[in-house]
Design a protein around this ligand. Structure first.
Ligand code: WTA
Length: 701
């Protein structure tokens, strides 16, 4: 009971609620010091990247790369919506991120690894050393693992330098890497191995998190069992060790299958592997993400367009120069890490920082100590991390002598109040902020301000990035007018080089998911007829800035990480006791949203704490700890429409102490009251208005 009251208070005063009662915020302007040194300060960029100059405007990004062969067609629209970029061009991503920098920067740090234990020294890997290590690993992958261009390889690793080294070694050979976030469970990894058809798994023995050594290799056996069950055998498991020569896992090494990478690499010492010249359209990697059905989608990204897009946006919007020390706190296992820790910054010869652990470990000053010690001047993180750091130590940043010129926020809507703390306290009033809205599917930023050109507005992502033409559509395919205050579905009217090629192995799903809804003519080869549907709600202000409201589909954004409600529900249904499951998002002051689970039991089974615990455990095993529900409610029945559809919207309202709205048309309205009483207690305080994405949630029903 006490717990329920507490959560009620939290919902009513949460910052997410403040965001709902959003008003026009005042502009903030970049300092002249920032503008003076910025890569992009010429307002002419708006004309250069205007629709009149599309698609050739994107040559500007592609020309930042070194091509083995120049392309003949910038954009090929012959097979919509499977756009092709820089057709005829050839290049290698690892060459672009390493080799071409050696002449000028070989002795400069490419990566700086910061281990979580603070007494452990940081490790700087220079461009020369990165070159050597990537070449040796590429030799191992080709000759020991038998991998060649076009093969897929699954990489399930924590944040250690060997992760980007492995990715770049794959890229050197044209091998398609599929990195699975280290925090995902062995089962989740296994399903991704099977879907991608990988015969090799690359993993690590252990890593530090919150002061504890995590046994990571233990996941490999589970992953392999699941992959095999799904028809995909794995030949070899390559295991990196956190400390060379020292095995930090209790899981047995299986002879003839498992190999220590550090041992095997000795045989490839000093080997140089020519980078394989790849077609611009050859896939570079797969990144799985959650969608509205249970099965994760493998977003397939191309080599040329993707690399050009992340390089261009890193240069212009992150303002990365080769002299900068850049720290993005995301995990490389998510798209943000791929685009804006590895590929973008390295293509620009920057120094990119990798931090192994938890931002508040061992205390609230850790992040700022790292920033001070490494002289970080560009900082990139998520609203969840900002909220966590603010809660843990609101006055900590002032104690450290770092200075950021530029800061990014990504992954979730940021509340204006939190934005202001980021600006005033973390950025010390000196740093420019970009709020970048984008997705796994989109490769790079879609909406953001141009840091030296556009003023910032707390809580708004800003206008389209250069060459991106966003619009907000209503359900009748009409543009929602700027400044009308009405929410709609944000779409991108045009193709861009960073957009994924397709969903791995599922062309139809790609079209259905992103293009079917607003396609004007499915026979047309004109890109104007194929707007990209992002599945986010948004409001377009009179100044052209977009405020992102959140997902309009069955995806919950937990701490900036995407989880499919259907995925979590399927996990619950693997338990024989469970008849039905419904997962809803609940507002959380730190993580934005957390899943809450409702289950009904098969006849004859009595509700018990044990079953609730089992549900939680199963979700953790099948997906990972990030999907752990706040609560599991065992209910006598689920609210349903007369046609038998489960009304998640009603359950979401109950969990968030919102009004359930009109329920008279339900097949079983009485059940709503008994579930409400169970969850909220007899006298509930219902708040009238709630976050927009909760209102939209379940709108499809
Ligand atoms: C949300 C992460 C508001 C959005 C790069 C999107 C945001 C989903 C922002 C994609 C932002 C991302 N403001 N919401 N600046 N950035 N989102 O695929 O709902 O992990 O659809 O990519 O995160 O999450 P994903």
């Amino acid at each position: 009971m006490a717990e329920i009251r507490e959560s009620k208070a939290a919902v009513q005063t949460s910052e997410a609620q403040i965001a709902v009662h959003w008003r026009e915020e005042e502009y903030f302007y970049p300092s002249s010091k920032f503008v003076g040194q910025a890569n992009l300060s010429d307002p002419g960029v708006n004309e250069r990247f205007s629709e009149n100059n599309f698609p050739e405007c994107f040559r500007e990004y592609a020309d930042m790369l070194s091509w083995d062969k120049y392309w003949h067609t910038t954009l090929d629209t012959n097979d919509p919506p499977f756009w092709k970029w820089f057709v005829g061009g050839k290049l290698n991503a690892s060459y672009n991120c390493i080799d071409r920098h050696l002449e000028k920067y070989k002795n400069k740090a490419a990566l700086i690894f910061v281990p979580e234990p603070e007494q452990e020294a940081t490790v700087a890997v220079t461009y020369q050393e990165l070159y050597v290590r990537v070449n040796e690993m590429a030799a191992l992958l080709r000759e020991f693992a038998g991998l060649k261009a076009g093969d897929r390889v699954t990489i399930h690793m924590p944040m250690i330098p060997e992760l980007p080294i492995t990715m770049l070694a794959c890229a050197r050979l044209g091998v398609i890497h599929s990195v699975v976030f280290g925090g995902f469970s062995g089962e989740a990894c296994g399903r991704r191995i099977a879907d991608s058809g990988s015969r090799i798994l690359i993993t690590a023995d252990s890593y530090y998190r919150s002061g504890k050594m995590i046994d990571h290799k233990a996941n490999a056996q589970i992953a392999l069992d699941i992959a095999k069950q799904e028809g995909q055998p794995v030949d070899k498991v390559l295991v990196w060790r956190r400390y060379r020569g020292q095995y930090g896992s209790k899981a047995p090494m299986i002879e003839g299958r498992d190999y220590f990478v550090d041992d095997e690499l000795l045989k490839f010492s000093g080997r140089i592997i020519e980078p394989v010249s790849m077609d611009a359209e050859a896939p570079l990697f797969l990144m799985y993400t959650s969608g509205s059905t249970g099965k994760p989608k493998g977003c397939q990204h191309r080599t040329g367009g993707y690399l050009a897009y992340v390089t261009g946006t890193s240069k212009y919007l992150q303002d990365i120069h080769p002299t900068d020390v850049y720290w993005c706190m995301a995990d490389i296992g998510w798209i943000t890490g791929h685009s804006y820790i590895v590929y973008g910054p390295l293509a620009l010869a920057a120094t990119t920082v990798l931090y192994e652990g938890v931002p508040t470990f061992p205390d609230a000053g850790r992040v700022w100590r790292i920033a001070e010690r490494l002289n970080v001047n560009i900082f990139h993180t998520s609203p969840t991390a900002i909220r966590q750091l603010r809660k843990a130590g609101p006055d900590e940043p002032a104690k450290y002598k770092y200075h950021f010129k530029h800061m990014t926020t990504v992954g979730e809507p940021i509340e204006p109040e939190v934005w202001r703390w980021y600006h005033d306290v973390v950025g010390k009033g000196e740093a420019v902020i970009v709020d970048t809205w984008w997705q796994t599917e989109t490769g790079g930023f879609l909406c953001t301000t141009k840091p030296a050109i556009d003023p910032m507005k707390p809580g708004s992502a800003g206008p389209g990035a250069p060459g991106i033409y966003p619009t907000v559509f209503d359900e009748n395919n009409e543009d929602v007018k700027a400044g009308s205050g009405k929410a709609g579905n944000i779409c991108i009217r045009n193709p861009w080089p960073g957009i994924m090629q397709t969903i791995w192995g599922d062309r139809d799903r790609f079209v259905d998911q992103y293009y079917r809804k607003y396609c004007k003519d499915s026979k047309s080869k004109e890109w104007h007829d194929w707007p990209y549907f992002a599945a986010d709600g948004a409001v377009l202000a009179a100044d052209g800035y977009l405020r992102i409201l959140g997902r309009v589909d069955d995806v919950i954004n937990v701490a900036g990480h995407r989880l499919g409600t259907k995925e979590i529900e399927s996990a619950c249904l693997t338990l024989p006791e469970i008849a039905e499951a419904a997962v809803v998002p609940v507002v959380d002051d730190i993580k934005g949203r957390i899943p809450e689970v409702y289950v009904s039991l098969v006849p004859g089974i009595q509700p018990s704490q044990e079953i609730a615990d089992k549900v939680t455990k199963t979700i953790e095993t099948i997906i990972g700890k990030i999907a752990r529900p706040r609560k599991v409610h065992i209910v006598p029945d689920m609210p349903k429409t007369r046609s038998g559809k489960l009304m998640r919207r009603v359950l979401a309202a109950i969990s968030n102490n919102l009004s359930t709205g009109d329920i008279t048309t339900l097949a079983n309205p009485d059940i709503v009251e008994s579930v409400r009483e169970m969850v909220q207690g007899k006298e509930s305080v219902v708040v009238k208005d709630g976050p927009d994405d909760l209102k939209q949630f379940g709108g499809v029903e």
